[in-house]
Design a protein around this ligand. Structure first.
Ligand code: ZN
Length: 333
């Protein structure tokens, strides 16, 4: 499976997802895709495709890929008495390489009939070893040994500084990447999936942050997530402005920009100032609070219900929103 998606494939996937998004949201055809993705919590399909192909690739790892080294050494009165090294594929994390080495050290210490102090430079591993809630099988196995053997002590030592043996362990780790025995560590697929999801979400976030479309939505949904906002199509129309508003219909030469009252008929106008659908009025925000106004209008359930009613009203009373004293722009222009 190709890992990199060509621009053409990306375009195709994009258009398929766009159709699907328009379908499930019932949004207007002109609504920016990026906005719809953010609302529905649907990852852009090119990012998703990349995530899937990475997952497939990691699950059928090539034999000649790069390796991560994992090693420990034992020192007794200044002399190295034991070394151990292994290599892991890069599908395994640094964390796994460290825990593997630590577990190997614990196993070895368990066979020695004396007190052994084991030093690790990884605080997270030492924390994990103390935790009762770890799911990692390697850590659980190491914990069982530690519980049964009080002669093994664990300590933390800063990487590559001061501690004897650190240099050796470091060199061993480097060596292990080429001549180490391959440790066949299966990563739980769920873990991999989750890691990939996090990476993909941050890609998506970066695209959303730097995007050019859906910017009004961006001020409301700053942080992307794969959970959907429970907005009705009416709320989407309201937020994007792509709905039954004179300001929008005007783009197609179908309508004057102004509503029946003579003012520019955009969503904000109908929600706040227009005398026509009086019962749906929201409070008119001052300019510096506009973004906040949109946010709160769409985040509260009650307010979303009001918006829903307002848009329904506008959609079914087209004659009311039509300007009475101006002719449609396509004839006047
Ligand atoms: Zn009006």
């Amino acid at each position: 499976m190709a890992h990199n998606i060509t621009a053409r494939q990306q375009k195709l996937l994009y258009s398929i997802q766009r159709k699907f998004l328009l379908n499930i949201t019932g949004a207007y055809n002109s609504t920016p895709t990026a906005a719809l993705q953010a609302i529905k919590g649907l990852m852009p399909v090119h990012i998703k495709a990349k995530m899937q192909s990475t997952l497939v690739r990691l699950c059928h790892l090539d034999r000649n890929c790069d390796y991560e080294g994992s090693a420990f050494c034992a020192i007794e009165i200044q002399a190295i008495t034991k070394t151990w090294k292994a290599k892991l594929t890069l599908a395994n994390t640094v964390f796994q390489a460290e825990i593997l080495a630590l577990k190997a050290a614990i196993q070895w210490a368990n066979t020695e009939n004396e007190e052994v102090n084991i030093w690790s430079d990884s605080e997270s591993i030492l924390q994990a070893l103390k935790s009762l809630y770890v799911k990692s099988k390697i850590i659980q196995e190491a914990q069982i040994i530690l519980i049964g053997n009080a002669r093994i002590r664990l300590g933390w030592g800063k990487a590559h500084i001061g501690l004897k043996g650190n240099e050796t362990a470091y060199t061993l780790t480097k060596e292990a990447t080429t001549d180490g025995i391959l440790a066949n560590l299966q990563f739980p697929k769920s873990y991999l999936k989750n890691q990939l999801l996090q990476i993909s979400l941050s890609h998506w976030q970066a695209e959303w942050d730097n995007g050019e479309t859906g910017r009004s939505m961006f001020s409301i949904i700053l942080k992307i997530s794969n959970k959907q906002q429970h907005w009705s199509r009416e709320c989407i129309q309201f937020e994007t402005g792509h709905g039954p508003f004179p300001s929008f219909l005007n783009r197609f030469g179908l309508h004057s920009k102004n509503g029946g009252c003579g003012e520019i008929g955009n969503p904000l106008h109908y929600a706040t100032r227009c005398p026509l659908p009086l019962s749906y009025q929201h409070k008119d925000p001052s300019t510096q609070f506009i973004v906040h106004w949109w946010k709160s209008a769409l985040s509260r359930k009650l307010s979303r219900r009001n918006i829903y009613r307002l848009i329904k009203f506008l959609a079914t009373n087209e004659d009311l929103i039509k300007s009475q004293n101006t002719t449609p722009s396509h004839t006047s222009a």
